[in-house]
Design a protein around this ligand. Sequence first.
Ligand SMILES: Cc1cc2nc3c(=O)[nH]c(=O)nc-3n(C[C@H](O)[C@H](O)[C@H](O)COP(=O)(O)OP(=O)(O)OC[C@H]3O[C@@H](n4cnc5c(N)ncnc54)[C@H](O)[C@@H]3O)c2cc1C
Length: 413
Amino acid sequence: MQRTVAVIGGGPAGLMAAEAAVARGAAVHLFDAMPSVGRKFLMAGKSGLNLTHSEPFPAFIDRFGRDRDQLEPVLAAFSPGAVRDWATGLGIETFVGSSGRVFPIDFKAAPLLRAWLRRLRTAGVQFHVRHSWIGWDGFGALAFATPHGPAVFAADAAILALGGASWPQLGSDAAWIDLLRDRGVSVSPLLPANCGFNAAWSDHFRARFAGQPVKPAILAFEGSRDRGEFIVTETGIEGSGIYPLSARLRDAIAAYGVATLAVDLLPDYGADRLAAALCRPRGSRSLSEHLRRTVGIAGVKAGLLRELAPPSALADPTALARALKSLPLPLKSARPIAEAISSAGGIAWDGLSDALMIDALPGVFAAGEMLDWEVTTGGYLLTACMALGKRAGEGAADFLGLPPRQNQVKPFQ
Ligand SMILES: Cc1cc2nc3c(=O)[nH]c(=O)nc-3n(C[C@H](O)[C@H](O)[C@H](O)COP(=O)(O)OP(=O)(O)OC[C@H]3O[C@@H](n4cnc5c(N)ncnc54)[C@H](O)[C@@H]3O)c2cc1C
Protein backbone atom coordinates (compact mmCIF):
# COMPACT_ATOMS: atom_id res chain seq x y z
CA MET A 1 0.00 0.00 0.00
CA GLN A 2 1.27 3.50 -0.82
CA ARG A 3 2.64 5.27 2.26
CA THR A 4 1.28 8.70 3.08
CA VAL A 5 3.33 11.75 3.99
CA ALA A 6 1.66 14.92 5.28
CA VAL A 7 3.64 18.11 4.74
CA ILE A 8 2.33 21.01 6.80
CA GLY A 9 3.42 24.44 5.56
CA GLY A 10 3.68 25.42 1.90
CA GLY A 11 6.70 27.73 1.99
CA PRO A 12 9.93 26.85 0.21
CA ALA A 13 10.87 24.29 2.89
CA GLY A 14 7.52 22.47 2.74
CA LEU A 15 7.30 22.53 -1.05
CA MET A 16 10.81 21.09 -1.33
CA ALA A 17 9.97 18.43 1.28
CA ALA A 18 6.88 17.50 -0.77
CA GLU A 19 9.02 17.31 -3.92
CA ALA A 20 11.54 15.00 -2.24
CA ALA A 21 8.89 12.72 -0.68
CA VAL A 22 6.76 12.39 -3.83
CA ALA A 23 9.90 11.58 -5.84
CA ARG A 24 10.34 8.58 -3.54
CA GLY A 25 6.84 7.28 -4.27
CA ALA A 26 4.97 8.60 -1.22
CA ALA A 27 1.40 9.84 -1.46
CA VAL A 28 2.00 13.44 -0.41
CA HIS A 29 -0.65 15.77 1.01
CA LEU A 30 0.43 19.35 1.64
CA PHE A 31 -1.57 21.48 4.08
CA ASP A 32 -1.36 25.24 4.58
CA ALA A 33 -3.30 27.61 6.80
CA MET A 34 -3.47 30.32 4.14
CA PRO A 35 -5.73 30.42 1.06
CA SER A 36 -2.63 29.85 -1.10
CA VAL A 37 0.92 28.59 -0.56
CA GLY A 38 4.29 30.33 -0.90
CA ARG A 39 3.19 33.81 0.22
CA LYS A 40 6.51 34.74 1.83
CA PHE A 41 8.36 33.38 -1.20
CA LEU A 42 6.24 35.68 -3.36
CA MET A 43 6.97 38.59 -1.02
CA ALA A 44 10.69 37.83 -1.37
CA GLY A 45 10.12 38.25 -5.11
CA LYS A 46 9.10 41.87 -4.53
CA SER A 47 12.73 42.63 -3.70
CA GLY A 48 14.10 40.56 -6.59
CA LEU A 49 14.08 37.01 -5.14
CA ASN A 50 17.67 36.45 -4.11
CA LEU A 51 17.64 32.66 -4.44
CA THR A 52 21.19 31.83 -3.45
CA HIS A 53 24.78 33.08 -3.56
CA SER A 54 27.58 32.27 -5.98
CA GLU A 55 30.53 32.45 -3.57
CA PRO A 56 32.63 29.28 -3.14
CA PHE A 57 31.01 26.65 -0.92
CA PRO A 58 33.43 27.02 2.05
CA ALA A 59 32.66 30.77 2.21
CA PHE A 60 28.95 30.08 1.70
CA ILE A 61 28.77 27.60 4.54
CA ASP A 62 30.80 29.83 6.90
CA ARG A 63 27.97 32.38 6.75
CA PHE A 64 25.95 30.08 8.98
CA GLY A 65 28.26 30.70 11.95
CA ARG A 66 27.40 28.54 14.94
CA ASP A 67 24.92 26.49 12.81
CA ARG A 68 27.56 25.68 10.24
CA ASP A 69 28.22 22.11 11.35
CA GLN A 70 24.55 21.10 11.32
CA LEU A 71 23.89 22.73 7.96
CA GLU A 72 27.02 21.72 6.06
CA PRO A 73 25.87 18.18 5.12
CA VAL A 74 22.38 19.43 4.33
CA LEU A 75 23.70 22.18 2.05
CA ALA A 76 26.33 19.93 0.50
CA ALA A 77 23.43 17.72 -0.62
CA PHE A 78 21.51 20.69 -2.05
CA SER A 79 24.11 23.30 -2.81
CA PRO A 80 23.79 26.80 -4.28
CA GLY A 81 24.63 25.24 -7.68
CA ALA A 82 21.82 22.71 -7.19
CA VAL A 83 19.43 25.58 -6.46
CA ARG A 84 20.30 27.14 -9.81
CA ASP A 85 19.89 23.79 -11.61
CA TRP A 86 16.58 23.29 -9.86
CA ALA A 87 15.34 26.68 -11.06
CA THR A 88 16.54 25.90 -14.59
CA GLY A 89 14.62 22.61 -14.40
CA LEU A 90 11.51 24.70 -13.77
CA GLY A 91 12.20 26.79 -16.85
CA ILE A 92 13.65 29.77 -14.95
CA GLU A 93 17.18 30.91 -15.75
CA THR A 94 19.21 32.64 -13.06
CA PHE A 95 22.11 35.07 -13.13
CA VAL A 96 24.83 36.23 -10.75
CA GLY A 97 24.53 39.90 -9.78
CA SER A 98 27.52 42.17 -9.15
CA SER A 99 27.42 41.31 -5.43
CA GLY A 100 27.64 37.58 -6.19
CA ARG A 101 23.97 37.09 -5.28
CA VAL A 102 21.89 34.88 -7.57
CA PHE A 103 18.50 35.97 -8.92
CA PRO A 104 16.02 34.74 -11.55
CA ILE A 105 16.67 36.75 -14.70
CA ASP A 106 13.29 38.48 -14.40
CA PHE A 107 13.73 39.06 -10.60
CA LYS A 108 10.30 37.53 -10.07
CA ALA A 109 9.04 34.78 -7.78
CA ALA A 110 5.59 34.20 -9.30
CA PRO A 111 6.67 32.39 -12.52
CA LEU A 112 8.98 30.13 -10.51
CA LEU A 113 6.32 29.33 -7.92
CA ARG A 114 3.71 28.68 -10.63
CA ALA A 115 6.00 26.26 -12.46
CA TRP A 116 6.96 24.55 -9.19
CA LEU A 117 3.34 24.04 -8.12
CA ARG A 118 2.43 22.74 -11.57
CA ARG A 119 5.25 20.21 -11.40
CA LEU A 120 4.31 19.13 -7.87
CA ARG A 121 0.65 18.65 -8.84
CA THR A 122 1.68 16.67 -11.90
CA ALA A 123 3.83 14.45 -9.68
CA GLY A 124 0.77 13.76 -7.52
CA VAL A 125 1.08 16.16 -4.55
CA GLN A 126 -2.37 17.07 -3.25
CA PHE A 127 -2.81 20.55 -1.80
CA HIS A 128 -5.15 21.42 1.05
CA VAL A 129 -5.22 25.16 1.73
CA ARG A 130 -7.11 26.91 4.55
CA HIS A 131 -6.08 24.01 6.78
CA SER A 132 -4.56 25.38 9.96
CA TRP A 133 -2.71 22.67 11.87
CA ILE A 134 -3.73 22.63 15.54
CA GLY A 135 -2.04 19.47 16.83
CA TRP A 136 -3.10 15.83 17.03
CA ASP A 137 -6.41 14.15 17.87
CA GLY A 138 -6.74 11.45 20.51
CA PHE A 139 -5.76 8.75 17.98
CA GLY A 140 -2.56 10.45 16.80
CA ALA A 141 -4.01 11.84 13.56
CA LEU A 142 -3.07 15.38 12.52
CA ALA A 143 -5.81 17.85 13.46
CA PHE A 144 -6.73 20.95 11.47
CA ALA A 145 -9.08 23.90 11.78
CA THR A 146 -10.74 24.67 8.43
CA PRO A 147 -13.47 27.11 7.36
CA HIS A 148 -15.77 24.06 7.27
CA GLY A 149 -14.93 22.96 10.81
CA PRO A 150 -12.39 20.58 12.27
CA ALA A 151 -10.65 18.00 10.04
CA VAL A 152 -8.21 15.18 10.75
CA PHE A 153 -5.68 13.40 8.57
CA ALA A 154 -3.86 10.18 9.40
CA ALA A 155 -0.41 10.06 7.79
CA ASP A 156 2.40 7.53 8.03
CA ALA A 157 4.86 10.39 8.48
CA ALA A 158 4.52 14.15 8.85
CA ILE A 159 6.84 17.01 7.95
CA LEU A 160 6.36 20.32 9.70
CA ALA A 161 7.60 23.32 7.70
CA LEU A 162 5.70 26.07 9.47
CA GLY A 163 8.20 28.92 9.18
CA GLY A 164 9.39 31.38 11.81
CA ALA A 165 7.54 34.43 13.10
CA SER A 166 8.38 37.28 10.74
CA TRP A 167 5.66 38.83 8.63
CA PRO A 168 2.90 36.71 10.28
CA GLN A 169 0.34 38.16 7.89
CA LEU A 170 1.90 35.86 5.25
CA GLY A 171 1.08 32.75 7.30
CA SER A 172 3.96 31.91 9.62
CA ASP A 173 2.61 32.97 13.01
CA ALA A 174 4.64 30.53 15.18
CA ALA A 175 1.49 29.15 16.80
CA TRP A 176 3.28 25.77 16.54
CA ILE A 177 5.62 26.60 19.41
CA ASP A 178 3.17 25.71 22.19
CA LEU A 179 1.92 22.63 20.30
CA LEU A 180 5.47 21.24 20.15
CA ARG A 181 6.58 22.34 23.62
CA ASP A 182 3.53 20.57 25.06
CA ARG A 183 4.91 17.39 23.44
CA GLY A 184 8.33 17.80 25.04
CA VAL A 185 10.08 19.37 22.04
CA SER A 186 12.80 21.85 22.96
CA VAL A 187 12.21 25.17 21.17
CA SER A 188 14.53 28.16 21.61
CA PRO A 189 12.67 31.48 21.80
CA LEU A 190 12.14 33.11 18.40
CA LEU A 191 13.98 36.41 17.97
CA PRO A 192 14.08 38.98 15.17
CA ALA A 193 16.86 38.36 12.63
CA ASN A 194 17.80 40.59 9.69
CA CYS A 195 15.88 43.34 11.40
CA GLY A 196 15.85 47.07 12.03
CA PHE A 197 16.65 48.78 15.32
CA ASN A 198 15.26 51.57 17.45
CA ALA A 199 17.35 54.68 18.05
CA ALA A 200 16.54 57.79 20.11
CA TRP A 201 16.08 60.35 17.33
CA SER A 202 15.23 63.90 18.25
CA ASP A 203 11.85 65.11 16.97
CA HIS A 204 13.63 67.53 14.64
CA PHE A 205 15.85 64.84 13.07
CA ARG A 206 12.96 62.39 12.71
CA ALA A 207 10.70 64.98 11.08
CA ARG A 208 13.39 65.99 8.56
CA PHE A 209 15.07 62.74 7.68
CA ALA A 210 12.79 59.70 8.30
CA GLY A 211 12.59 57.67 5.09
CA GLN A 212 15.94 58.84 3.70
CA PRO A 213 18.69 56.41 2.67
CA VAL A 214 22.22 56.83 4.00
CA LYS A 215 24.71 55.72 1.35
CA PRO A 216 27.43 54.84 0.93
CA ALA A 217 28.47 54.08 4.50
CA ILE A 218 30.48 51.54 6.41
CA LEU A 219 28.83 50.09 9.48
CA ALA A 220 31.14 48.71 12.13
CA PHE A 221 30.44 46.73 15.26
CA GLU A 222 32.60 44.40 17.36
CA GLY A 223 35.41 44.14 14.82
CA SER A 224 33.16 43.75 11.75
CA ARG A 225 33.06 46.46 9.09
CA ASP A 226 30.58 46.17 6.23
CA ARG A 227 30.02 48.61 3.42
CA GLY A 228 26.35 49.12 2.71
CA GLU A 229 23.45 51.44 3.12
CA PHE A 230 20.62 51.92 5.55
CA ILE A 231 17.44 53.92 5.85
CA VAL A 232 16.59 56.34 8.63
CA THR A 233 13.13 55.39 9.86
CA GLU A 234 10.69 57.09 12.24
CA THR A 235 11.98 54.86 15.01
CA GLY A 236 15.61 54.17 14.12
CA ILE A 237 17.37 52.42 11.26
CA GLU A 238 16.53 49.63 8.82
CA GLY A 239 17.93 48.10 5.65
CA SER A 240 20.35 45.77 3.97
CA GLY A 241 23.49 47.34 5.45
CA ILE A 242 22.27 46.57 8.96
CA TYR A 243 21.35 42.93 8.39
CA PRO A 244 24.86 41.40 8.45
CA LEU A 245 25.33 42.93 11.92
CA SER A 246 21.82 42.49 13.25
CA ALA A 247 22.37 39.21 15.15
CA ARG A 248 25.34 40.67 17.02
CA LEU A 249 23.60 43.98 17.66
CA ARG A 250 20.50 42.19 18.94
CA ASP A 251 22.52 39.95 21.26
CA ALA A 252 24.63 42.87 22.55
CA ILE A 253 21.47 44.83 23.34
CA ALA A 254 20.11 41.80 25.23
CA ALA A 255 23.36 41.57 27.22
CA TYR A 256 24.17 45.24 27.85
CA GLY A 257 20.97 47.18 27.18
CA VAL A 258 22.46 49.13 24.29
CA ALA A 259 24.69 48.49 21.25
CA THR A 260 26.61 51.32 19.66
CA LEU A 261 27.17 51.06 15.94
CA ALA A 262 30.06 53.05 14.45
CA VAL A 263 29.05 54.64 11.14
CA ASP A 264 31.65 55.77 8.61
CA LEU A 265 29.83 58.41 6.58
CA LEU A 266 32.72 58.88 4.15
CA PRO A 267 34.00 55.39 3.31
CA ASP A 268 35.92 56.62 0.28
CA TYR A 269 38.01 59.08 2.28
CA GLY A 270 41.06 58.03 4.29
CA ALA A 271 41.13 59.61 7.76
CA ASP A 272 44.23 61.71 6.96
CA ARG A 273 42.89 63.05 3.68
CA LEU A 274 39.63 63.88 5.37
CA ALA A 275 41.33 65.69 8.26
CA ALA A 276 43.49 67.65 5.78
CA ALA A 277 40.40 68.68 3.80
CA LEU A 278 38.52 69.79 6.88
CA CYS A 279 41.53 71.77 8.20
CA ARG A 280 41.43 74.06 5.16
CA PRO A 281 40.42 77.55 6.25
CA ARG A 282 36.68 78.01 5.85
CA GLY A 283 36.66 81.81 6.02
CA SER A 284 33.17 83.16 6.46
CA ARG A 285 31.47 79.92 5.32
CA SER A 286 29.20 78.17 7.80
CA LEU A 287 30.26 74.70 8.98
CA SER A 288 27.45 73.14 6.92
CA GLU A 289 28.65 74.88 3.78
CA HIS A 290 32.27 73.96 4.52
CA LEU A 291 31.33 70.27 4.95
CA ARG A 292 29.26 70.28 1.80
CA ARG A 293 31.91 71.95 -0.34
CA THR A 294 35.01 70.19 0.97
CA VAL A 295 33.84 66.60 1.48
CA GLY A 296 30.28 66.48 0.14
CA ILE A 297 28.55 65.98 3.48
CA ALA A 298 24.99 67.28 3.18
CA GLY A 299 21.37 66.23 3.72
CA VAL A 300 20.78 63.21 5.90
CA LYS A 301 24.52 62.64 6.45
CA ALA A 302 24.90 66.20 7.76
CA GLY A 303 21.79 65.62 9.87
CA LEU A 304 23.27 62.46 11.37
CA LEU A 305 26.48 64.28 12.18
CA ARG A 306 24.63 67.02 14.05
CA GLU A 307 22.36 64.48 15.75
CA LEU A 308 25.09 62.13 16.94
CA ALA A 309 28.49 63.83 17.11
CA PRO A 310 29.50 65.36 20.44
CA PRO A 311 29.13 69.18 20.15
CA SER A 312 32.86 69.61 20.85
CA ALA A 313 33.68 67.63 17.66
CA LEU A 314 31.94 70.20 15.49
CA ALA A 315 34.40 72.90 16.57
CA ASP A 316 37.61 70.98 15.87
CA PRO A 317 38.48 69.75 12.34
CA THR A 318 40.47 66.73 13.59
CA ALA A 319 37.68 65.63 15.93
CA LEU A 320 35.18 66.31 13.13
CA ALA A 321 37.11 64.01 10.78
CA ARG A 322 37.10 61.33 13.48
CA ALA A 323 33.34 61.72 13.96
CA LEU A 324 32.69 61.45 10.22
CA LYS A 325 34.74 58.24 10.03
CA SER A 326 33.24 56.67 13.16
CA LEU A 327 29.99 58.25 14.23
CA PRO A 328 28.58 56.51 17.31
CA LEU A 329 24.95 55.46 16.78
CA PRO A 330 23.48 53.94 19.97
CA LEU A 331 20.73 51.37 19.34
CA LYS A 332 18.24 50.70 22.14
CA SER A 333 16.31 47.67 20.90
CA ALA A 334 15.56 45.53 17.86
CA ARG A 335 12.37 46.18 15.94
CA PRO A 336 9.60 43.60 16.54
CA ILE A 337 9.99 40.16 14.97
CA ALA A 338 6.84 40.71 12.88
CA GLU A 339 8.78 43.34 10.88
CA ALA A 340 11.98 41.31 10.52
CA ILE A 341 13.06 39.53 7.34
CA SER A 342 13.53 36.28 9.27
CA SER A 343 13.66 34.86 12.76
CA ALA A 344 16.33 33.24 14.88
CA GLY A 345 15.50 30.46 17.34
CA GLY A 346 13.20 27.49 16.84
CA ILE A 347 13.40 23.73 17.28
CA ALA A 348 16.75 22.93 18.90
CA TRP A 349 19.22 20.89 16.84
CA ASP A 350 19.91 18.52 19.71
CA GLY A 351 16.29 17.32 19.61
CA LEU A 352 16.55 16.35 15.93
CA SER A 353 18.09 13.38 14.14
CA ASP A 354 20.40 13.88 11.15
CA ALA A 355 17.35 13.19 8.98
CA LEU A 356 15.51 16.02 10.82
CA MET A 357 13.10 13.73 12.67
CA ILE A 358 12.02 15.20 16.00
CA ASP A 359 13.33 12.83 18.71
CA ALA A 360 10.28 13.42 20.92
CA LEU A 361 7.86 12.70 18.04
CA PRO A 362 8.86 9.62 16.01
CA GLY A 363 7.68 9.93 12.41
CA VAL A 364 7.44 13.73 12.63
CA PHE A 365 10.12 15.75 10.78
CA ALA A 366 10.77 19.49 10.73
CA ALA A 367 12.41 21.81 8.20
CA GLY A 368 13.01 25.42 7.25
CA GLU A 369 13.02 28.55 9.31
CA MET A 370 11.26 26.84 12.23
CA LEU A 371 14.58 25.18 13.18
CA ASP A 372 17.06 26.99 15.43
CA TRP A 373 19.45 28.65 12.97
CA GLU A 374 19.92 32.08 11.51
CA VAL A 375 21.90 33.64 8.72
CA THR A 376 22.18 37.01 7.05
CA THR A 377 20.35 37.91 3.84
CA GLY A 378 22.05 37.15 0.52
CA GLY A 379 20.13 34.09 -0.68
CA TYR A 380 21.31 31.98 2.25
CA LEU A 381 17.85 31.80 3.84
CA LEU A 382 16.00 30.40 0.84
CA THR A 383 18.80 28.00 -0.05
CA ALA A 384 18.94 26.59 3.47
CA CYS A 385 15.14 26.35 3.77
CA MET A 386 14.95 24.37 0.54
CA ALA A 387 17.92 22.18 1.46
CA LEU A 388 16.37 21.43 4.87
CA GLY A 389 13.05 20.66 3.18
CA LYS A 390 14.77 18.22 0.86
CA ARG A 391 16.56 16.55 3.77
CA ALA A 392 13.28 16.21 5.73
CA GLY A 393 11.40 14.83 2.70
CA GLU A 394 14.09 12.24 2.11
CA GLY A 395 14.26 11.52 5.84
CA ALA A 396 10.52 10.81 5.92
CA ALA A 397 10.84 8.54 2.87
CA ASP A 398 13.72 6.63 4.52
CA PHE A 399 11.70 6.33 7.73
CA LEU A 400 8.88 4.72 5.72
CA GLY A 401 11.31 2.38 4.00
CA LEU A 402 10.62 3.79 0.53
CA PRO A 403 13.17 2.83 -2.11
CA PRO A 404 15.40 5.53 -3.61
CA ARG A 405 13.83 7.83 -6.23
CA GLN A 406 11.05 5.72 -7.77
CA ASN A 407 9.06 8.57 -9.13
CA GLN A 408 11.57 10.99 -10.64
CA VAL A 409 10.04 14.48 -10.77
CA LYS A 410 10.26 15.47 -14.43
CA PRO A 411 11.83 18.77 -15.47
CA PHE A 412 9.35 21.44 -16.43
CA GLN A 413 8.39 21.23 -20.11
C1 LIG B 1 10.09 40.69 2.78
C2 LIG B 1 10.94 39.45 2.75
C3 LIG B 1 11.86 39.29 1.74
C4 LIG B 1 12.70 38.14 1.73
N1 LIG B 1 13.59 38.00 0.71
C5 LIG B 1 14.40 36.93 0.70
C6 LIG B 1 15.33 36.74 -0.35
O1 LIG B 1 15.37 37.51 -1.33
N2 LIG B 1 16.19 35.68 -0.27
C7 LIG B 1 16.15 34.80 0.77
O2 LIG B 1 16.97 33.86 0.80
N3 LIG B 1 15.22 34.91 1.75
C8 LIG B 1 14.35 35.95 1.74
N4 LIG B 1 13.42 36.07 2.72
C9 LIG B 1 13.32 35.00 3.74
C10 LIG B 1 12.59 33.76 3.19
O3 LIG B 1 11.45 34.16 2.47
C11 LIG B 1 12.21 32.84 4.35
O4 LIG B 1 13.37 32.51 5.08
C12 LIG B 1 11.55 31.56 3.84
O5 LIG B 1 10.33 31.86 3.16
C13 LIG B 1 11.22 30.59 4.98
O6 LIG B 1 10.72 29.43 4.40
P1 LIG B 1 9.88 28.37 5.25
O7 LIG B 1 9.32 27.42 4.25
O8 LIG B 1 10.68 27.85 6.37
O9 LIG B 1 8.70 29.22 5.91
P2 LIG B 1 7.57 30.14 5.23
O10 LIG B 1 7.96 30.60 3.89
O11 LIG B 1 7.25 31.16 6.27
O12 LIG B 1 6.34 29.15 5.05
C14 LIG B 1 5.67 28.60 6.16
C15 LIG B 1 4.30 28.16 5.70
O13 LIG B 1 3.67 27.49 6.79
C16 LIG B 1 2.31 27.88 6.85
N5 LIG B 1 1.85 27.68 8.23
C17 LIG B 1 2.33 28.27 9.35
N6 LIG B 1 1.65 27.80 10.44
C18 LIG B 1 0.74 26.90 9.97
C19 LIG B 1 -0.23 26.06 10.59
N7 LIG B 1 -0.41 26.06 11.93
N8 LIG B 1 -0.98 25.26 9.82
C20 LIG B 1 -0.79 25.23 8.47
N9 LIG B 1 0.11 25.99 7.82
C21 LIG B 1 0.88 26.82 8.57
C22 LIG B 1 2.33 29.33 6.42
O14 LIG B 1 1.06 29.75 5.94
C23 LIG B 1 3.39 29.34 5.34
O15 LIG B 1 2.83 29.12 4.05
C24 LIG B 1 12.57 37.17 2.75
C25 LIG B 1 11.62 37.33 3.75
C26 LIG B 1 10.81 38.47 3.76
C27 LIG B 1 9.78 38.63 4.87
